[in-house]
Every structure is written in C-alpha cells, then in structure tokens.
Design a protein around this ligand. Sequence first.
Ligand SMILES: O=P(O)(O)OC[C@@H](O)[C@@H](O)c1c[nH]c2ccccc12
Length: 274
Amino acid sequence: MSTTVLDSIIDGVRADLDTRRAATPLARIRDLAAETTAQRPAADVCARLDGRDTVGLIAEIKRSSPSKGALADIPEPADLARSYEAAGATAISVLTEQRRFGGSLHDLDRVRTAVDIPLLRKDFTVEEYQIYEARAHGADIVLLIVAALTDAQLAEHLQLTHELGMRALVEAHSADELERALATDARLIGVNARNLKTLDLDLDGAAALLPTIPGDRFAIGESAVLKKAHVETYARHGADAVLVGEALVTDGDPEATARDFLSVPAQTDERRNR
Ligand SMILES: O=P(O)(O)OC[C@@H](O)[C@@H](O)c1c[nH]c2ccccc12
C-alpha cells in the first residue's frame, strides 16, 4: 500500500509523542489529567450546540497546514482566542500538532488561561496517552479521525474520552467513514471537506454527507470555509456548526468575521425531521 499524507503526518506525531512520553510517563500524565479535572471539570460543548437557531462555530487556531504552508504567525494564541470568545464562538480548536501545523500543547495552555468556552485539542489521536494529555492541558474535546483508527481503537478512545468527562469530535471524510463514525456513540460527528490522505478539498461532497447524520447527533461541517456563502452551504445541508481555521487566522479582523459566520441561520426544521 502506498504511503498517504496522513500516514506520514502520523509517523511524525508518533515520534513527537515518544519524546513527550519519555519526559512525562503515562502514570504521571494520568495524575495530571485527574488534577486538572479536580480543578476544572471538562465543559460540555453539546450544551452550547443544543437548540441554536443560528449555526455554531468552532474557531480554530492554526499557524500552518500541510496544504497551504504558513498561514499566520499567531505570536500569542491567547489574544486570538479572546477575539473568538468575544465573537460568541461555540468552542475553540487549538492545533497542537507541531511538524505540519506549527502548534503545541503550550498553545493549548495559553488559550486555556484566556477563555472559558470549550476547547478542542486538535491533533492526530493515535494513542490513549494523548487523550490524558489533552485533559491534563485543559481540553474539553478531542479529535478522533476515523481514517487514522480501527473500529476497535475508535471505540476504546471514545470510551476513555467519556470516562475523562470529555467529548470526542469523530471525523469522517467519505460515506464509508461516516458510517463508521455513526456506529460509535459519539455525539459530535464531523465531516471534513479535506481528504487527509491526498489533501484534496471537496466542500460540496462534504456538505452532501451531512443530511445523513441523524438528528440525535451534532453535525459539524469542517474545512473549506473561506467566506459566509460556504458557511451557508454547510448550514443548508443541516450542519449544527462549522469548523473554520484558515479564513479566521488570515483575517485582519477575526472577531468580526467570526460574528458574521455565526449569524447564518441553522436549518432547525430540517434537523428536527431527520
Ligand atoms: O482551515 P480550514 O480549511 O478552515 O479547516 C479547519 C479544520 O477543519 C482543519 O484544520 C482540519 C479538519 N480536520 C483536521 C484534522 C487534522 C488537522 C486539521 C484538520
């Protein structure tokens, strides 16, 4: 089988993970996760998504990406996070992958000190260690990418996520992956317009999958939003929220743009019917 972009990203993620685990063993990160929860239990993003009549927004903090290269310096992620929170963002996604996305757990720490809204640790979760680590650094949500995990791993990682009081955003790209995502008991189901194996982008293809997500889940349209019309495309197909990175981090006024995206009506009738 040929190596995909996703495979090579995950090779780097595993190497970085080994370095962190050598410094902070599993037993220690588990204790740190418990200490964090004792101080501040994970916030439930579902409560913020429930009953909205406009689309929700998970606003992302991302310096670079494998498809676009450098996007923005973001010298202080806490400042950007405050703008997102002021705009009314439902949650903030913090890229913590270092090699391709220029993020770190330090970014997550900085953002956690600045805002109270739920935080998604956006990384390529391949081992349980990363889920403890997410909680230890104050995350409320972790990302589980269907394409990167077996069904057994998905189920195990989801169970641990729930045991730690967090939610998982289970991300699919194709109809087959979406079926696997829906076979789990995750409440947050994302459809990513970007194929992580090839980096190809297909907004309409992703939007077309959203109506097949049952109304007892929250449907998140991910990637490819460069303007309000793209948010409207996802919303028209029944998205409860959109996940936006590039358009916000490259914007001179991310707060105003986030506010504008958040004004798009959600298709509440359509969701009730499905
Ligand atoms: O910058 P965009 O096109 O608005 O995309 C945001 C987000 O959806 C994207 O960063 C993303 C979606 N799924 C991922 C998985 C890993 C890394 C990154 C991602």
